[in-house]
Design a binder for this molecule. Structure first.
Ligand SMILES: Nc1ncnc2c1ncn2[C@@H]1O[C@H](COP(=O)(O)OP(=O)(O)O)[C@@H](O)[C@H]1O
Ligand SMILES: [Mg+2]
Length: 236
């Protein structure tokens, strides 16, 4: 009766932050949805609505206070630290607003880093990092350090780093937030092309309605809950 499990499931996910003994912040109050292989999902909502909290939970960077996150049918709660690290390092790629590249490393070494954690042999790391940089249009910037690159180029390096392990899922938290409109548009087109060509599921947080409109599904958060209207529209 049941088919293969979806790639990723959030099931009644709650996350409450504690700020000392008596103060708690309910950042997520019961969020449920599924992401299938190859999906393109946009998460929108006002500042403070819980978007980053949700993305961190989807990426197994954090654990829910209540509810479950399941990756290919496995509850993230049941994974030990080694299994969690492996999930994050080999199956999920992350792209952040602030790029988060290591400043002393070349573009090539930044991109190769996830393969170090995945225990790939050095020669292969180099070849795969170079291929990933080529795929984002940076074949001529392998030896550059982040400070020697524009914002858009730095985000391309970050995208190459996210893709170098060939993950099933890329999670992006406002990837265009530090870029001008034109460069931001280029970065989104790049993420969308890679999602379409590689069949990588893409979940992207964005403030920009234009981007959200191109996704195949839209999840709107308000005060830690999914707005029902947006959930209905996402069925289109
Ligand atoms: N580490 C934290 N400790 C305490 N409160 C937090 C923490 N991170 C986020 N919050 C609070 O949780 C709510 C949701 O935050 P966040 O997920 O960052 O929202 P968004 O990404 O939509 O702007 C906000 O009220 C925020 O202040
Ligand atoms: Mg945020």
């Amino acid at each position: 009766m049941t088919g293969p499990a979806p790639l990723l499931v959030a099931d009644a996910v709650e996350r409450t932050y504690s700020l000392g003994k008596d103060v708690t912040v309910p950042a997520l109050r019961g969020v449920s949805f599924a992401v299938d292989r190859g999906d393109y999902v946009a998460i929108v909502g006002a500042s403070g609505s819980g978007k980053s909290t949700l993305l961190n939970l989807l990426g197994a960077l954090d654990r829910p206070t209540a509810g479950h996150v399941r990756y290919e049918g496995r509850d993230v709660r049941d994974l030990d630290d080694g299994e969690l690290a492996e999930l994050r390092n080999t199956r999920i790629g992350f792209v952040f607003q602030s790029f988060q590249l290591l400043p002393r490393m070349t573009a090539r070494d930044n991109v190769a880093l996830p393969l170090v954690y995945a225990s790939t042999a050095p020669r292969q790391r180099r070849a795969r990092a170079e291929a990933a940089l080529e795929s984002v249009g940076l074949a001529d910037r392998m030896e550059h350090r982040p400070t020697e690159l524009s914002g858009g180029q730095q985000q391309r390096v970050a995208i190459a780093r996210a893709l170098v392990t060939e993950p099933a899922l890329v999670l992006a938290d406002e990837p265009t937030g530090n870029l001008d409109t034109v460069t931001g548009e280029e970065i989104m087109r790049l993420l969308e092309r890679l999602q379409a060509e590689r069949g990588t599921a893409l979940v992207v947080i964005t403030h920009e309605r234009g981007i959200a409109a191109r996704a195949s599904r839209l999840i709107e958060l308000r005060d830690g809950r999914v707005v029902p209207d947006a959930a209905a529209r996402s069925g289109r």
